[in-house]
Design a protein around this ligand. Structure first.
Ligand code: AVI
Length: 319
């Protein structure tokens, strides 16, 4: 519930969520707030660290199986990508699709217009027959009516972004996605799988501290966009594997007792020493949890591709 709705809350799109998150007990912020231009840049940097295996593992699967994936998905497809980001892995699928059809319409959907601009400019001119039409939308809240786009759809939701949703949010999102599509359309989903705790822990605690900077960037963003006075050095990055909940949790822990003023919210927030602000969950899956998620959202699991260590799964599901 929002207790205060001054004009400033309307000024920045993140004001309301920041106000609610910092006022709740325990304090929490939705992970999508990571992704301003700097956060997207830091995420790309994370994917280059030796410890962060998901991106390169998923890319390896797509490189090895792209032809099989697109053949299974159908013919004369229209490509849609939810959370396109920089669309780098998508290039592999675009190339495979254009080897089986002459023209490809591609609709990347992302909340970040800067990420979309980058995606479009990096693809432009590289593929003959590719037509890119970006859609700016916060797909976690609202899915554009994809039935109105021409042709049979292949919708990508890769990168294990589904793991950043709470289980009920993931189900709600997939149900909405299914309803926005037509029978016969295909979904390609990326899932990061459960694995040994050391590998998981290292992936979110890289030695160069890039993940820590990414985590703290949410505070830097509040400083930039809402006139916050967060001192980044007084917060510590905390990330750990919770076996029971099958998720990595990320937090920012206040190293001292402090009060932080946020100008545009006209509000001060108290942190006790050691208090944690919960910034992200990253759920890890098993074949059984993937099958159950798809069953409960009315999607048919058609095929799964994985890597030799079975660290990551790419799944084709049918509406
Ligand atoms: C985007 N998402 C799938 C990443 C993940 O692994 O949950 C975000 C991330 N958080 C810390 N490192 C990467």
């Amino acid at each position: 519930m929002t207790a205060f709705k001054g004009p400033a809350l309307l000024a920045s799109p993140i004001a309301e969520e920041v106000y609610e998150g910092l006022s709740s007990r325990p304090k929490q912020l939705p992970p999508k707030l990571f992704y301003d231009a700097e956060g997207s840049r830091l995420f790309d940097e994370i994917t280059e660290t030796p410890e962060y295996y998901p991106t390169r593992t998923e890319r390896g699967i797509l490189e090895r199986h792209a032809q099989a994936v697109v053949a299974q998905a159908g013919t004369n497809l229209t490509l849609v990508e939810m959370g396109a980001g920089s669309a780098s892995k998508t290039r592999v699928l675009i190339a495979a699709l254009l080897s089986q059809q002459l023209r490809l319409d591609f609709y990347p959907v992302d909340v970040s217009s800067s990420a979309l601009r980058e995606a479009v400019s990096s693809l432009n001119g590289d593929f003959r027959g590719l037509h890119v039409s970006p859609i700016v939308a916060d797909y976690s809240r609202h899915i554009p009516p994809l039935q109105s786009l021409p042709g049979r759809k292949l919708v990508l939701f890769i990168g294990s972004s589904i793991g950043n949703f709470e289980p009920e949010e993931a189900r709600g999102f997939l149900k909405r996605l299914r309803r926005s599509l037509s029978p016969g359309d295909a979904l390609l989903l990326g899932f990061d799988m459960r694995k040994d705790p050391e590998t998981l822990h290292a992936a979110y605690n890289d030695r160069q501290g890039v993940t820590a900077r990414f985590n703290k960037n949410v505070l830097a963003r509040i400083n930039r966009e809402l006139g916050g006075r967060f001192d980044l050095s007084s917060f510590e990055h905390v990330a750990f594997w919770d076996q029971k909940k099958s998720r990595i949790e990320m937090h920012l822990e206040s190293a001292v007792e402090q009060i932080v003023w946020v100008q545009d919210l006209d509000q001060a927030f108290y942190f006790s020493r050691g208090e944690r602000l919960h910034t992200e969950n990253s759920y890890k899956f098993s074949d059984a949890t993937i099958a159950s998620l798809l069953r409960r959202t009315g999607l048919r699991l058609e095929n799964t591709w994985t890597d030799p260590k079975e660290w990551f799964s790419v799944v084709l599901a049918r509406v």
